[in-house]
Design a protein around this ligand. Structure first.
Ligand SMILES: C[S@@+](CC[C@H](N)C(=O)[O-])C[C@H]1O[C@@H](n2cnc3c(N)ncnc32)[C@H](O)[C@@H]1O
Length: 385
């Protein structure tokens, strides 16, 4: 059914789904996506911080914390402020704290800077004379800080991004629709990336330091994220429909890839430890815990059972707001450079209109994400077996 007749049939009018591409600084963005999933690890992060400060009572050196794949820094902001408060209460008021913010070099570090400094709505980072925010525009799959310099590393909803594109997915745009060979290549890259991430953090951490990550994944019973009824592969199929209808070309379809391994299992996260990799053992890294979490998104409209048309409309808008920030650049990246910007945005708008319609019609679904929390400790030399 064409978009227009669909709207008429349902007696609703959709606003043009025009939004900014990535982290705009407006209400929405990452909060819409996962409700700041890093906070699911709050207890584990604060417990680890307590162990770190307990060891540091007599030491004047700065405490250093890093957030890898931080985006605009808002997701971790309240937790980082809470950590600063705890450190300066438990140790001393003037205790120096360095906060490292890492993301890819092309990320919007201006926006991060604005978030750190705050505005009328948000006070930003609790900066006083002893707080030092530092930005690190560099891939998190490499060592980003000197050996033995970091107390606590955190990361949420970032490690599913692969460090490089290893194949063109022929029959779809995401891993769930990749064939066996393509999936195999993505899995192999996933293993290498996760090892590199763990080893890099292992080098950076001081003995006694912790790495705590909340990762998009599958779980032990094979569930994967379902942000929408039938999940990512289903709504990605709207792009195939648009190819069949001639709205995009075959080359554009092939060039569109969501370069992400969102299906790692808890065992995959344990792999650097279960495979007895010499560097992991040599660094004294210990896997403290692995925990799978099924996280239902908290927006009020997602909780309502029988929805009327207005609630369905709100549900459909929230669904698009949740998917748009990480899907827009995937679609945009596939479109031919010969197209004008208006053409590209018109095509992408069409995709999101279809997504919104689908969400409207399947609004009984309660969106959830599957995460695996991984906690790693770098043992003190005398603890290493
Ligand atoms: C879904 S966002 C999550 C942001 C934030 N941590 C949160 O919890 O909302 C994923 C972030 O990972 C970043 N990212 C992806 N690949 C990366 C890499 N190789 N190195 C550093 N950051 C990366 C992306 O740029 C993006 O900002």
């Amino acid at each position: 059914m064409a978009e227009e007749s669909y709207l008429a049939a349902n007696g609703v009018s959709f606003p043009t789904m025009k939004m900014d591409t990535m982290f705009s600084g407006q209400e929405g963005d990452m909060y819409c996506i996962h409700g700041h999933a890093g906070n699911i690890s709050r207890r584990a992060i604060l417990n680890s911080l307590k162990k770190i400060t307990d060891q540091r009572l007599e030491c004047q050196q700065p405490i250093s914390i890093a957030d890898f794949g931080t985006a605009d820094g808002r997701a971790s902001l309240s937790l980082v402020n809470e950590m600063i408060d705890i450190i300066q209460t438990d140790l001393r008021k003037e205790q120096a704290v360095i906060i490292y913010y890492n993301d890819q070099p092309m990320s919007d570090f201006n926006l991060l800077s604005k978030v750190i400094h705050g505005n009328e709505e948000s006070a930003g980072l609790s900066i006083n004379n002893s707080i030092y925010p530092v930005m690190i525009p560099r891939t998190m799959y490499e060592q980003c800080l000197p050996d033995n310099s970091l107390d606590l590393a955190i990361s949420s909803v970032a490690t599913h991004y692969l460090s490089k594109k290893v194949c063109h997915i022929k029959n779809g745009i995401c891993m769930g629709t990749a064939d066996d060979t393509e999936q195999g290549l993505m899995r192999e890259q996933g293993i290498e990336d996760w090892r590199n991430f763990v080893i890099s953090r292992g080098r950076e951490l001081k003995p006694g330091g912790f790495l705590i990550t909340m990762n998009i994944s599958s779980n032990d019973i094979g569930e994967t994220c379902l942000p929408i009824d039938k999940g990512v592969p289903h709504f990605a199929s709207f792009w195939s429909d648009m190819k069949k209808e001639g709205l995009i070309t075959q080359d554009e379809y092939i060039a569109t890839n969501f370069n992400s391994h969102y299906m790692r299992t808890p065992a995959d996260f344990a792999e650097p430890f279960s495979s007895d990799i010499p560097e992991v053992m040599g660094l004294g890294l210990e896997l403290v815990s692995l925990r799978s979490v099924k996280h239902y998104l908290q927006k009020p409209v997602f909780q309502i059972g029988n929805k009327d048309d207005n609630e369905k409309l709100e549900y459909s808008r929230e669904t698009v707001a949740m998917i748009y920030p990480w899907m827009h650049h995937v679609l945009y990246g596939g479109l031919s450079k010969k197209r004008t910007e208006e053409e590209k945005e018109r095509i992408i708008d069409k995709f999101f209109s279809r997504l919104q319609m689908y969400a409207f019609e399947h609004s009984a679904h309660k969106p959830y994400l599957i995460f695996t929390e991984v906690i790693v400790k770098k043992c003190q030399r005398h603890d290493v077996k």
